[in-house]
Design a binder for this molecule. Structure first.
Ligand SMILES: [Zn+2]
Length: 438
């Protein structure tokens, strides 16, 4: 489907009454956001997932949604102590049609230092609600609930269905949340046709995907010996320092030159990047309270973890081959040097076309609500779209939601009430375009 084929807005008056309906729900929107912020769903470890699902069950049953709660048993991170609960709420229209799914993660990151406001929704000042997860992304979840409820009331005879999911673990990879649900078939294109993830990307921007990621461990191997006779050993840390020097001199400048056509935000991420996430060599660190000295040893292993973010213009095999070639260059310079590269995690880059039905529909909605053409962006890091795309095989998915991206995970995180109302109008307008077929 192209932009011009996207469903035409049936009735401008319908949109007007939907906007009024959203505005009339301002207090309800604030209340829902605060209720969500009150439940401390910290991840790790994964606290209170059942409680937040039960809250959403009560909240959405009230407006006629059918509820399914599923624990991601056996998924990475799931345990009896910290069960990974997810909720899928479905509202069925009066006639057959397509399904629009709003997916929000319910987990929040830890508070960190520097808070001057209450982190659980007690502080509302002017247009702002403060709290951990206010912008990332309980505010987006609340806005999607209000959008759906306003739409259902405005268009009671609509065609198709609306789903709202609240899912676990996005902040730690989404394996006990969207990945698990996608494996169970919840994101199969035969049951869901459009997905909006209300992550905080700013209310006038549409996020079409993300850069690729490859996490790997690189180990240099040496030979253990007495530290007083290092010539009898082979120091794995010195091998690693040669690797790091090569990265510094050759690899990082090269990555910086590799620019992309992907509209990644912030602009500094519009290139290939690599982070050295950790380094460890030699003996294990002694436990706290150990007062002795370490033993004199030549380290026989040193490990770094790399986090390589790559572009749609790069192939995953090339990204890996580049690191392997670097290691082989070092190997040629250093007799006896051995290494191993272990894959930890990888996701290919995603960039859907802005003419995809859900993107084209939200574009029209932003134009109608805010009178401007949206900016199309790509996220520097991945989010749950990766699982919907790769496991669910559902390509028609965007991230669109209220909240300022840079506030995510910061102290005194907040969400703007007007921003939530505007983006609820955008989401409601998109529902009219896709589900109100006359
Ligand atoms: Zn998020």
């Amino acid at each position: 489907m192209t932009l011009s084929d996207a469903p035409k807005l049936a009735d401008e008056k319908l949109a007007e009454s939907l906007f009024l309906n959203v505005d009339a729900r301002r207090e309800e929107l604030i209340e829902t956001t605060v209720d969500l912020l009150k439940i401390p769903t910290f991840n790790p470890p994964g606290d209170n997932y059942l409680e937040i699902c039960e809250y959403l069950e009560t909240r959405l049953s009230r407006s006629g949604f059918e509820i399914t709660k599923r624990r991601a048993e056996g998924a990475l991170g799931d345990s009896d102590k910290y069960p990974r609960w997810n909720i899928i709420a479905r509202h069925q229209g009066k006639r057959p049609g397509e399904c629009m799914h709003f997916n929000s993660h319910t987990d929040i990151v830890s508070l960190g230092e520097g808070w001057t406001k209450d982190p659980f929704g007690k502080d509302i000042e002017d247009d702002r609600i403060y709290g951990r997860g206010a912008c990332d992304m309980k505010g987006g979840l609340a806005a999607s609930i209000i959008a759906a409820e306003a739409f259902i009331q405005t268009c009671p005879d609509y065609a198709g269905s609306i789903e709202i999911s609240g899912t676990a673990d996005e902040e730690t990879g989404g394996f006990g949340g969207v990945a698990w649900l996608a494996e169970q078939g919840y994101f199969d294109p035969s049951r869901v046709q459009h997905v909006i993830i209300p992550e905080p990307l700013n209310k006038d921007r549409i996020c079409l995907g993300h850069r690729g990621v490859w996490w790997a461990e690189i180990e240099t191997k040496g030979h253990i010996a007495h530290g007083s006779m290092p010539f009898l050993g082979d120091c794995a840390v010195r091998h690693m320092s040669a690797v790091l020097a090569e990265m510094e001199e050759k690899l990082f400048p090269l990555l910086g030159e590799r620019q992309t056509a992907m509209p990644v935000v912030p602009p500094q991420a519009r290139q290939s990047t690599m982070n050295i996430n950790s380094i460890h060599g030699g003996q294990e660190q002694p436990e706290d309270g150990y007062t002795g000295y370490p033993s004199p040893l030549v380290p026989d292993r040193c490990v770094i973890t790399i986090d390589r973010r790559y572009l749609i213009e790069e192939k995953p095999a090339e990204v890996k081959a580049e690191i392997d070639a670097l290691m082989r260059r070092i190997q040629q310079q250093r007799p006896g040097f051995k290494y191993e590269i272990r894959d930890l995690f990888e996701v290919e880059p995603i960039m859907i076309d802005k003419s995809a039905p859900v993107a084209a529909t939200v574009t029209k909605a932003i134009e109608a609500v805010m009178g401007k053409t949206p900016e199309y962006v790509i996220s520097p890091g991945t989010y749950d779209q990766k699982h919907i795309d790769r496991i669910g095989k559902l390509k028609n998915c965007i991230a669109y939601g209220p909240g300022i991206l840079e506030l995510a995970h910061q102290p005194d995180e907040w969400i703007g009430i007007t921003d939530m109302l505007d983006s609820a109008k955008v989401m409601g307008h998109a529902l009219i375009s896709l589900l109100h077929q006359t």
